[in-house]
Structure formats: structure tokens, C-alpha cells
Design a binder for this molecule. Structure first.
Ligand SMILES: [Zn+2]
Length: 129
């Protein structure tokens, strides 16, 4: 289901959306010095990641959607497992989870955004030889 060739593979492995081989990010999402920094090109298929100037500004929409999804998930978890907890507890848990997961959500938003525009090409690396 999440094998090579699917967008899910590219997103969760954080690989190039076209060849699924080259790394998309310069480092781990939680490594402060490289947080959110994308390579210029794919090291395998030479896809230019920044397709046009300010291309990744569109990923803010995805980051917003991911943030809302996290808010809903935390609210549902609170309702199921801690029904007696008050609204202040919910607010604190949302703030803590957003703070802890924001580097990951930021990284996911960029890779999801580029996967909207770039399709997987199975034979791209063979063509380039
Ligand atoms: Zn590539």
C-alpha cells in the first residue's frame, strides 16, 4: 500500500516525488540547523524542487490543514480518553502537541505540496543513463 510509486511513499520517506530515490530534505525535520531546508535538486533525477520562485509558499495551506487535523485529533482523543478534562486542559494539550509536532508538520507540508504537482516517473532514472 505504501510501496514505491505511491505519493504516500514519497511523503513519509521524504523522497523526491519524481524518482522516489533522492532525499528531499537536507536533514532530519527536528535537526535545528537544517529544519525545513530542501535540497536545490534531486541527487538522482535532477528534478528542481523549487519549481518556481516562492513555490513552497503554497505549502502554508497544507500546514494549516495539518494543524487543523491535529487539533481535531487531539480533541477526539480528549473526548474518548479524558472526558472529564476541561476546556483549559484541551487548550494546553493542543498547544503542547502543536509545539512538539510543528517541525514535522512543516516538513510534511512541503513534501505534500510538491507531490500535488509532480508525478512519479518509474523509468526516469533509466532514461537518464
Ligand atoms: Zn528524483
Amino acid at each position: 500500500m505504501i510501496g514505491k510509486g505511491t505519493k504516500v511513499y514519497s511523503i513519509f520517506k521524504m523522497k523526491c516525488p519524481r524518482c522516489h530515490e533522492g532525499d528531499f530534505y537536507k536533514g532530519h525535520p527536528y535537526k535545528y540547523s537544517t529544519m525545513g531546508r530542501v535540497h536545490e535538486n534531486c541527487s538522482k533525477c535532477d528534478l528542481k524542487y523549487n519549481i518556481e520562485p516562492s513555490f513552497f509558499q503554497g505549502s502554508y495551506y497544507v500546514a494549516y490543514a495539518l494543524g487543523v487535523a491535529l487539533l481535531i485529533a487531539v480533541s477526539v482523543i480528549k473526548l474518548i480518553f479524558f472526558p472529564e478534562a476541561g476546556p483549559l486542559d484541551l487548550l494546553i494539550s493542543i498547544i503542547v502537541s502543536l509545539t512538539l509536532l510543528s517541525p514535522l508538520l512543516y516538513a510534511l507540508s512541503k513534501i505534500i505540496w510538491i507531490n500535488v504537482f509532480v508525478k512519479y516517473e518509474k523509468n526516469i532514472l533509466k532514461k537518464r543513463l
